[in-house]
Design a protein. Structure first.
Length: 390
């Protein structure tokens, strides 16, 4: 009796463990790495590059049938219609470069909705002593958030950028917020490592992204007010002094709204500008310009106004992504009229399979092998005893 029961039991245990060790909740049939699965009608389509296929090019991208935009020394640029989102012409639009102080527009777009403009701020000594361009902050609590945004976007104050970051909960939180906002806008070429745009390893943006961010900023009345202000009073410990906007086209170009310029020795010159004529707004963004770019930008704006609505766009400015849905709201609700007890439950085998790890699988295989070996040995021992009795 035992000589028959024990081998059967061992074999049954081995078969059971084999199923448990290799079961999968979904059990898909995966293709060999050397033989990729063929696409089917239900396979997801390859996503189109941000802004359109033509904007992937590194060189000039211009519409047919019209004269190309005027020459510029900028390595990269975009001319876009802010109202329709059409990209009218571009050159290396997704090229990633150091953005210098044009990154401050992302700082502003991120923080304007988060900070009360009437809140009083006391800058730290770290903020006050930021290198590069500065508005001249002190550590006294005499500044409103509103003052700091003027200093950020008019005077390109690196000290104001850090003071705003401190008001938002610190540098690291602000950088997380800025990069999250960049992803929300689909400005995927942009990585913020500082709130001021001071050069840091890994920091980058593109002419396309700067155009996206500027367009988002122009939708905010507060942002428009800051970038279009030519001269403003700024608080001082005993009185005030005047600050002026660094955007020279505010004084020179008809319909100029403003936005932001930037320069460092590594990034070279960069600029994002917007102007409105006859109810239409054109945005121009340039990056890595070697010298004096104001007249060239004016020429690009002129080309945009002359050709908007007349040419086939070479791309488009994408819309922001929808706001993130809280995780609890993303969970599927039960169908109406179906109680929790009526929902299908996961089988014990499926649950066990889902919990499998590489270690548990190896252990299962060892148990399987041992069970089979024990069963064979016991079977042989039983046959030997039976023959010896005969």
């Amino acid at each position: 009796m035992w000589t028959k029961l024990v081998p059967a039991t061992a074999l049954l245990a081995a078969v059971t463990l084999t199923g448990t060790a290799h079961a999968s909740p979904t059990s898909p049939v995966s293709a060999s790495p050397a033989t990729p699965a063929m696409p089917t009608a239900s396979s997801p389509a390859v996503p189109e590059p941000i802004g359109g296929e033509r904007l992937v090019r590194h060189g000039m991208v211009a519409p047919d049938g019209v004269k190309e935009p005027p020459k510029t020394k900028a390595t990269s640029y975009v001319i876009a219609d802010a109202d329709t989102g059409e990209v009218l012409a571009a050159k290396n639009p997704h090229g990633r470069y150091l953005p210098a102080s044009t990154l401050k527009i992302l700082t502003a777009v991120t923080l304007i909705p988060l900070l009360d403009k009437n809140r009083t701020v006391r800058p730290s000594s770290v903020a006050v002593n930021q290198e590069g361009s500065a508005v001249g902050l002190t550590t006294k609590p005499i500044y409103k958030v509103d003052d700091l945004f003027k200093a950020l976007l008019m005077s390109s104050g690196n000290d104001a950028a850090m003071a705003l970051a401190e008001a938002n909960g610190g540098l690291q939180k602000t950088l997380r917020d800025m990069n999250a906002e960049a992803r929300h806008l689909q400005a995927n070429d942009t990585v913020a490592r500082t709130p001021s745009g001071l050069d840091q390893p890994g920091q980058s943006s593109s002419a396309y992204d700067l155009t996206l961010i500027a367009r988002a900023g122009l939708a905010s009345p507060e942002f428009r007010r800051y970038v279009s202000t030519k001269v403003a009073r700024f608080p001082a410990p005993k009185d005030y002094y005047e600050i002026s906007n660094h955007n020279k086209l505010l004084w020179r170009y008809k319909g100029m709204i403003g936005v932001k310029n930037g320069w460092t020795s590594k990034a070279l010159g960069s600029f994002v500008g917007a102007a409105t004529r006859d109810g239409h707004t054109i945005i121009v963004a340039i990056m890595r310009h070697e010298g004096y770019f104001w007249e060239e930008v004016a020429g690009l704006l002129d080309w945009g106004f002359a050709n908007r609505g007349k040419v086939t766009p070479v791309g488009r400015l994408v819309d922001p992504l929808p706001a993130a849905v809280p995780v609890r709201e993303q969970q599927a609700a039960p169908a109406p009229g179906v109680s929790a007890s009526a929902r299908p439950s996961t089988s014990l085998l499926g649950a066990a399979a889902a919990a499998q790890t590489d270690s548990s699988r190896r252990t299962g295989l060892l148990v399987i092998g041992g069970g089979l070996l024990f069963g064979l040995c016991w079977l042989g021992f039983g046959l030997w005893r039976r023959r010896s009795r005969l």
